[in-house]
Design a protein around this ligand. Structure first.
Ligand code: TRP
Length: 332
């Protein structure tokens, strides 16, 4: 069975875009592959979070992923720093990652531009650590978006270079992976583009938002002054709300409001009220699971302990083999 590895950025709460996009795929992959899902807390150290922030966001991400259907019985769910073997592998792999190629990475160049005051070595070697996350478990499939494509290419470069240097056929090549069914596009509430944290909290419905918050955010979503001629095409802000309705409401409801729009009789207040109601219903189960898991400290501990054990078993085997290949043999 092929191995899937995915690192989850530990930047806190999940929104509907994460849920209907990446997460639904992860949940499906668990049934078909040997999956490792981990919270990339070591990677987030590049931005120097406070210990308190780091700790709470990692916990929150674990809770929300579990609530969304990641199943610790089926996959290995762990926190990156619980498996220190990755740091050792990172040290070895850094010996044959070259300054030039690291400096050319697009994500690195973007960071240098956006944060010129914090261009640290960890940022430069971020792709090496990411490669090690994958190589550690001999992952071949990595469910990531386009923005991570270059990092995967670097992962293949580092693995192949290791194989060549030591004349072994040890590390496998990993490739980006997604199901080919069309990804559900989740637009944001600000009238433009995909739902995203970078557009601000008002753009996003978070899985952990209280019902009243969901309602408030939707009622405040950007609209226009309404259609003026029959069957006219919709501006982006309106299309976005219809797209959201398509995800959370019944076909009948959607058809009802489509037809009101086409006859210029739509009242955005009613439309949004319905959307908010259906949104609350559609996310109710996850929301209540988030609350349940949040209250169950024992369960969280058990999941992470078991995940760490499983990940460590896989990692320590790799490190034993890598040390042997490199020639780090004990002399005593
Ligand atoms: N770099 C990834 C991101 O920003 C997160 C990540 C870290 C990752 N290690 C990984 C993803 C290993 C896949 C595999 O989204």
């Amino acid at each position: 069975m092929e191995t899937v590895v995915s690192g989850i950025r530990s930047t806190g709460k999940l929104h509907l875009g994460n849920y209907y996009g990446a997460l639904r795929n992860f949940v499906k992959m668990q049934n078909e592959y040997n999956c490792f899902f981990f919270i990339a807390d070591l990677h987030s150290l590049t931005t120097h979070p406070t210990p308190q922030d780091l700790n709470t966001t990692v916990r929150q991400v674990v809770v929300e992923y579990l609530a969304s259907g990641l199943d610790p019985e089926k996959s290995t769910i762990y926190v990156q720093s619980d498996v220190p073997e990755v740091a050792e592998l990172y040290l070895y792999m850094n010996m044959n990652a070259y300054l030039g190629e690291l400096e050319r990475a697009t994500a690195f160049k973007d960071k240098v531009r956006s944060n010129p005051d914090n261009v640290n070595a960890g940022l430069l070697t971020y792709p090496v650590l990411m490669a090690c996350d994958i190589l550690l478990h001999h992952g071949t499939k990595v469910p990531v978006g386009k923005d991570q494509e270059q990092h995967l290419e670097m992962t293949r470069t580092f693995g192949n270079r290791f194989n060549r240097l030591y004349e072994v056929d040890y590390f496998k090549e990993a490739f980006a992976f997604s199901y080919n069914d069309k990804l559900v596009k989740i637009p944001g509430l600000s009238g433009q583009g995909k739902m995203g944290k970078s557009n601000g909290d008002a753009d996003c419905i978070y899985l952990s938002d209280a019902e009243a918050t969901v309602k408030k955010k939707i009622m405040r979503a950007v609209t226009d002054s309404g259609p003026t001629s029959p069957n006219q095409s919709k501006p982006e802000s309106i299309q976005n709300l219809f797209d959201l309705m398509k995800v959370v409401s019944s076909e009948d409801t959607l058809a009802h409001f489509e037809s009101l729009y086409n006859t210029c009789e739509i009242r955005y207040g009613d439309f949004k009220k319905q959307l908010a109601e259906d949104m609350i219903l559609a996310t109710q189960e996850v929301r209540s699971r988030i609350d349940d898991i949040n209250r169950d400290e024992e369960y969280i501990k058990k999941v992470l302990q078991r995940g760490a054990e499983k990940a460590q078993a896989s990692a320590s085997k790799t490190l034993r083999e890598v040390r042997e290949i490199i020639g780090l043999k004990k002399l005593y």
